[in-house]
Structures are given as C-alpha cells and as structure tokens.
Design a protein around this ligand. Structure first.
Ligand code: ZN
Length: 126
C-alpha cells in the first residue's frame, strides 16, 4: 500500500467540514472530529446534544464509537483531529484507545498536537 496518510492539516480540515453536521441546538457549539485508523480509514464524528443535557455525546466519543462499530479496537487508531480541545472524559477515551496523536485547536485558536499522556497524565487504568 503506497497511498499516503493524510497530514494533520488535512485531518483538521476534514474535522472542520464535518462539524457542520453536528446536532447542537442547545449550545450552538458545533464540534467535528475525525479519527485516522492505521489502515487509512478516516472515521468521522460530531457532537450530538439532547434536551436531557447529560445524555449528549461529544464528537470524539461519537467518532471512536463509530470506529469500534466498524471493527477498530485499542491500538488500531493512529490519530484524532478535533475542532476544539477534548474534554476530560474524551481524554480518557483517547487514552483507552491508545490513539498516538491528538490534534486540535486550543483555546487560543492555535493548532496543536499532543500525546494522550500529555493531555491526561497519571491516567486511570483498570
Ligand atoms: Zn468530550
């Protein structure tokens, strides 16, 4: 397989594009996310809110859940790109799925890439 893997910028552009499909009528905070699988698949997710607020799901967890439904397991996902900084719960998911690289726009609007351990040191493991 000689096909080139997408760059950080390409993944973030894809996340930006899918954010338009978010369902966020309460916060109006549309978030898009893509995960890059080691086999080259790019799997998308958006945040999905609910009138019962705690039932909403973040774009990152939506994308990872979709990847799992498509057969991915921890270690199968290489990178995740998000249009916003991941929340604490999503950082735990990212760590669990051993996603090597996390690219997102930070609070200052800068594009940064971090490892899961940088985002969530001394992580809970079962
Ligand atoms: Zn989250």
């Amino acid at each position: 397989m000689t096909e080139q893997m997408p760059t950080d910028a390409e993944l973030l552009a894809a996340a930006d594009a899918v954010a338009a499909r978010a369902y966020a009528p309460y916060s109006n905070f549309d978030v898009g996310c893509v995960v890059l699988a080691r086999d080259g698949r790019v799997i998308e997710g958006v945040n999905v809110e609910n009138a019962s607020y705690p039932l909403g799901i973040c774009a990152e967890r939506a994308a990872v859940a979709r990847a799992v439904g498509e057969g991915c397991r921890p270690g199968d996902l290489e990178e995740i790109a998000i249009t916003a900084s991941p929340c604490g719960g999503c950082r735990q998911w990212i760590y669990e799925f051993q996603i090597e690289r996390v690219t997102f726009k930070n609070a200052e609007g800068e594009v940064v890439s971090r490892t899961p351990a940088e985002l969530l040191p001394e992580t809970f493991e079962l």
